[in-house]
Write a new protein. Structure first.
Length: 501
């Protein structure tokens, strides 16, 4: 197969291989001759259109033609312009589909936490309340790792991963930025993938340690310890190591136990997208999302700016009018954020996106939102909020890979599924599984990519590949590492909007 018409209403097809000027495509019993060379993943017009008429892909407009164009024309950012502008009014027109997916009663082996949540990792984390103590945090990680290594060699002490989640914030921030930092750090401390957390404070920062501890609520005092370094007489490293030893001894006794898939929470993310993202990897992840939510599990979709142009699809899948109104607010608040900075709401596709075949934000959004399948929307969350509802949730966060993936993990997701057509080594503070949109990327970057969705255009059926992906996800939930963990590429990034003092 050389090309794909995604939806019967489309007036473009997507080339599945590099194609040359003069090649002929037989589409809907008509022969169409290519006017230019067209790279794989890019769009070709299949009927003549006039300037201002919409280009249709996925069954929806992805922008309008900037000039008259003939069938066979390569459609890209040079002859296609977004239709997006400012905020909009919306009408709730429910289109909720009952998914006929059987409950398979599958399980995974996770760590049961005191509050009933399930972890798929059992790690020791150091969480600085302020960037000023990042260096101390990193030194403590080095010291603890060395001590664990020696203990394992001498008496078989189990080796647990140790991380410091350093950041630049916690002081010199005001109002919303200050609260966003506190919320994300709180969420990391309370995350079920950790068996023990040392909260590391300087003492004089805006993010005052006593107030931060109150923000945690009813936390497990055996698993969470606080060190205020300015209050230590002498060597704060030795005091820190004493606390870390206590945490480690506690976590080292934890064992995995069988848990239902309803305890599994998975974040949905894409980055370095290309023209195959909405054809292979994103629909595959959407198929998994439908399956997991049918088992009582949870998926979370974010990247709000990359919903622009596809937002009504999500709005009409909301279970209630209240969720619809929350989704309208989610979308329009982000548009107003753009406009308040004097930026257009449709200025999104990156140079890599465009090179890969994505021409407008609508083009990107209609592919991006396929990661959440067809499941109804059960919850809508503010940035920094923690999950309360099973099923499909929408989360407020930008499209930036580091910020969005951190927000997904902070909401309580034990892992993130990250689809990519261009490739990226990045991972956040939970396992970040990379799913390639094309086989070429998978073969070139096996040290980055965990799973190949490119098989979907090479003959493998969606049902077969969904099962294959599901099996891998369960293995990862059971403890198998993904590439970003093996590489040690793990970090956090917190959303910032306002001034720095």
């Amino acid at each position: 197969m050389d090309f794909l018409k995604i939806n019967p209403r489309d007036n473009v097809v997507v080339c599945l291989r590099d194609m040359k000027k003069g090649e002929t495509l037989c589409i809907d019993k008509q022969d169409i001759t290519l006017k230019q060379d067209v790279p794989a993943g890019h769009k070709v017009l299949i009927n003549d259109i006039l300037a201002g008429e919409n280009v249709i892909k996925y069954g929806y407009p992805i922008g309008h033609a900037t000039g008259n164009a003939e069938a066979g024309t390569w459609i890209n950012e040079n002859n296609l312009k977004t239709n997006l502008a400012g905020t909009l009014s919306y009408t709730y027109t429910p289109a909720i589909e009952e998914l006929a997916i059987a409950d398979e009663h599958l399980t995974f082996n996770g760590y049961k936490r005191k509050n009933g949540e399930a972890g798929i990792r059992n790690e020791i984390w150091i969480v600085p309340t302020v960037g000023c103590v990042n260096g101390i945090a990193e030194r403590l990680v080095e010291m603890l790792k060395q001590e664990i290594k020696e203990a394992a060699a001498n008496n078989g002490t189990p080796i647990l991963p140790v991380h410091a989640w350093h950041h630049n914030y916690g002081c010199s921030q005001l109002s919303g930025d200050h609260e966003n930092t506190r919320k994300i750090l709180r969420d990391i401390v309370l995350h079920p993938n950790t068996g023990g957390v040392l909260i590391l404070s300087l003492g004089c920062e805006n993010n005052q340690p006593d107030e931060f501890m109150k923000l945690l609520g009813d936390y497990d005092t055996n698993r969470v310890k606080l060190l205020i370094t300015q209050q230590v007489e002498g060597d704060e490293l030795e005091v820190g190591m004493q606390l870390l030893r206590e945490l480690y001894q506690q976590a080292a006794t934890d064992v995995r136990e069988e848990m239902p898939l309803s305890k599994l929470r998975v974040g949905l993310k894409c980055g370095g997208s290309d023209g195959f993202s909405g054809i292979t990897a994103n629909p595959l992840v959407g198929s998994f999302c439908d399956w997991l939510t049918a088992q009582g599990g949870t998926c979370v979709l974010t990247e709000v700016p990359e919903m622009f142009g596809a937002e009504t699809i999500l709005m009409n899948r909301c279970k209630t009018p209240e969720l619809f109104e929350q989704t309208v607010k989610l979308i329009n608040n982000f548009k107003e954020y753009f406009l308040s900075h004097g930026e257009p709401v449709g200025e999104n596709p990156s140079p890599g996106n465009k090179a890969g075949g994505i021409s407008t934000l609508e083009d990107k959004a209609l592919g991006c939102t396929q990661k959440c399948g067809r499941a109804p929307v059960s919850g809508v969350m503010e940035y920094g909020a923690r999950l309360q509802e099973n099923g499909l949730n929408l989360l407020s966060a930008p499209g930036n890979d580091l910020v969005a993936a951190t927000a997904l993990a902070a909401s309580g997701c034990q892992m993130v599924l990250f689809t990519t057509g261009r490739g990226t080594p990045f991972g956040t503070f939970v396992p970040t599984m990379k799913i390639s949109t094309n086989t070429n990327l998978y073969q070139r970057k096996r040290n980055w990519i965990d799973f190949n969705a490119g098989e979907l255009v090479e003959g493998t059926s969606m049902d077969v590949l969904t099962r294959k992906l599901t099996n891998l996800i369960i293995k990862v939930a059971n403890g198998e590492n993904v590439c970003n963990e093996n590489n040690g590429y793990q970090e956090i990034s917190i959303f910032k909007n306002g001034v720095t003092l």
